[in-house]
Design a protein around this ligand. Structure first.
Ligand code: CAA
Length: 291
């Protein structure tokens, strides 16, 4: 299965990183969003991140320029109809994702592989709402996409071997490494990571430690690059809460119950870095713990 043209839906944090790594690997990328400002911001961000890689001697000027030249943008979803592979990286809400697939499908050729970068929604259920469940997969990148080595590959119940092999080969061409997960709530990474983050919030909630002591303990005590609360802010507290809810609902086990303090932060709109405030206040440099 020959994949040359790739469509990416959603120009946010994940979408721009995905467009970046595909363009750098030589794919033609068409990035779609409903908002022109987001598309322009994404292109600027990709240019900045490629520049950072040039500055660190990871890639050459020519490679960065080539990657930028391979990225196109469009506000029209149907323009993605001509691509060989579509990666949906829109807002993490099932109704939004299914609406996007419904709009896109009439414009797709029969060979196009459809994937979702969802961090926790059932691939089998998303696939069942399309005309091609056998050509549908979960394709889960980690943030920041240009830096993180892993891509989780999630097969729905109907995904065929040809699609799975094609996606595995794409991950190889990106220079990344795949881990294959069965389609159960939150797959592998978030099934393990989110309960750890949630437990860190409980540790804070119960007064076992402060934000600084919890993050220092885990950074220095277990060699994690970021403490769990800093990482939660980096991922987005709304995303962390949504994934805990998927685990809690999907596995029906009280061990996945979201910490009330996590819910409170989300209710306050303190969503982490993206809203300037979460477990740290990013309006000050360096950021200051909020508890
Ligand atoms: N694009 C390109 N390069 C980037 C980048 C970006 N967006 N962000 C960082 N980098 C590069 C830097 O240029 C630097 O490169 P070199 O090593 O070649 O010098 C390297 O990454 C490290 O960056 P910094 O020195 O600026 O910062 P750091 O050392 O503090 O590392 C970090 C930053 C890579 C984000 C590190 O803190 C880290 O690995 N954190 C944990 C990230 C993590 O766990 N991500 C997974 C989240 S879970 C997820 O994504 C799944 C989900 O569904 C929620």
């Amino acid at each position: 299965m020959d994949i040359n043209q790739v469509g990416v839906i959603g120009a946010g944090q994940m979408g721009n990183g995905i467009a970046h790594v595909f363009a750098l690997a030589g794919y033609d990328v068409l990035l779609n969003d409903i908002d022109r400002t987001s598309l322009d911001a994404a292109v600027k961000k990709i240019e900045g991140n490629l520049g950072r890689q040039v500055g660190r001697g990871k890639i050459s000027e020519a490679e960065a320029k080539g990657a930028m030249n391979r990225i196109g943008t469009t506000l029209t979803l149907s323009d993605l109809g001509k691509t060989d592979l579509v990666i949906e990286a829109a807002t993490e809400r099932e109704t939004i994702k299914t609406a996007i697939f419904e709009d896109l499908i009439p414009h797709l050729g029969p060979q196009t592989i459809l994937t979702s970068n969802t961090s926790s929604i059932s691939i089998t259920r998303l696939a069942s709402r399309t005309d091609r469940p056998e050509k549908f997969m979960g394709f889960h990148f980690m943030n920041p996409v240009p830096v993180m080595q892993l891509v989780e590959l999630i097969r729905g119940i109907a995904t065929d071997d040809e699609t799975y092999t094609a996606m595995k080969n794409v991950v190889d061409r990106l220079g990344k490494t795949s881990a294959t997960a069965e389609d159960f709530p939150a797959f592998i990474v978030n099934r393990i990571l989110m309960p750890m983050i949630n437990e860190a919030v409980y540790t804070l909630y119960e007064g076992v430690g402060s934000v600084s002591s919890i993050d220092s303990a885990m950074k220095l005590g277990t060699n994690h690059p970021m403490g769990p609360l800093e990482l939660a802010d980096f991922i987005g507290l709304d995303t962390c809460l949504a994934i805990m809810n998927v685990l809690h609902d999907g596995l029906a086990d009280t061990k996945y119950r979201p910490c009330p303090l996590l819910t409170k932060y989300v209710e306050a709109g303190w969503l982490g870095r993206k809203s300037q405030r979460g477990f740290y206040d990013y309006r000050q440099d360096p950021p200051v713990p909020t508890r």
